[in-house]
Ligand binder design. Structure first.
Ligand SMILES: Nc1ncnc2c1ncn2[C@@H]1O[C@H](COP(=O)(O)OS(=O)(=O)O)[C@@H](OP(=O)(O)O)[C@H]1O
Ligand SMILES: Nc1ncnc2c1ncn2[C@@H]1O[C@H](COP(=O)(O)OP(=O)(O)O)[C@@H](O)[C@H]1O
Length: 231
């Protein structure tokens, strides 16, 4: 039977402070009398079929830091080398699964929780799941990591300065946030808690951001060197 998990994730009332003390989203299971049903074909059989290890590559960073660009470039590299990958992009999921969620703190918490659970299912299916979300709170990213067995969660931190992300501003959202037309925009008037122990950090080198292809190759090398691209 699955253990109930009690992540007490919370914020101070109404504000977007990262200091979280009281529960916001109940993760206490409400169903009772439920039993786990095992299938004879499990993750290892699916991995053997696919010739890879199911895992989650969790890309976190500010808006405009290149998360979606890396996710797409990486999925292309994996596809071209014969590996099954699937991208879960924060923006895209907010058109469907997470369309009921806003950007207030408790909704971001629930957004990350749901995507963490979906990513876990993809990894269990044997797929290399690439999740690309701002995921601003360290505690929520760590909760997603804790859903998976050791080493199946690979965090990629897009460590680009706010000034670069803001200068890119492909959707014009920073401009709207600076002029007060969007409230609670990450990095402007909403927090982003940088990771401290990411497996992979993408950063500028000599004032230049690595190209999309080289970012993707960086992650691909990590996967190769750590045995994810074989069953
Ligand atoms: N207030 C506010 N703050 C941050 N981002 C905002 C906001 N409003 C809209 N957007 C757009 O939503 C995209 C981020 O969605 P996520 O689901 O990744 O966000 S989060 O992880 O729940 O924080 C993000 O996409 P990316 O630019 O790809 O990161 C924005 O385009
Ligand atoms: N490595 C890169 N080098 C140059 N421009 C980039 C790079 N990565 C992303 N960009 C550009 O930056 C902008 C934001 O990238 P995007 O992937 O949409 O970021 P995010 O998903 O984090 O919001 C886009 O216009 C994209 O073309």
């Amino acid at each position: 039977m699955e253990q109930q998990q009690h992540h007490s994730v919370s914020v101070d009332d109404g504000s977007r402070s990262p200091v979280r003390e009281k529960p916001l989203v109940s993760t206490i299971a409400k169903s009772t009398n439920i039993l786990w049903h095992n299938c004879p074909i499990g993750q290892s059989e699916r991995q053997n079929l696919l010739g890879q290890k199911g895992c989650v590559i969790w890309i976190t960073g500010l808006s405009g830091s290149g998360k979606s660009t890396l996710a797409c470039a990486l999925s292309r590299e994996l596809h071209c080398s014969g590996h099954l990958a699937y991208v879960l992009d924060g923006d895209n999921l907010r058109h469907g699964l997470n369309r009921d969620l806003s950007f207030k703190a408790e909704d971001r918490v629930e957004n990350i929780r749901r995507v963490g659970e979906v990513a876990k299912l993809f990894a269990d299916a044997g797929v290399i799941c690439i999740a690309s979300l701002i995921s601003p709170y360290r505690r929520d990213r760590d909760a997603c990591r804790a859903l998976l067995p050791e080493s199946r969660f690979i965090e990629v931190f897009m460590d680009l300065p706010l000034e670069i992300c803001e200068a890119r501003d492909p959707k014009g959202l920073y401009k709207l946030a600076r002029s007060g037309k969007i409230k609670g925009f990450t990095g402007i008037d909403d927090p982003y808690e940088s990771p401290v122990n990411s497996e992979i950090v993408i950063k500028m080198v000599d004032g230049e951001c690595p190209s999309p292809k080289s970012m993707a190759r960086h992650v691909l090398c990590y996967l190769e060197e750590n045995g994810y691209l074989q069953a």
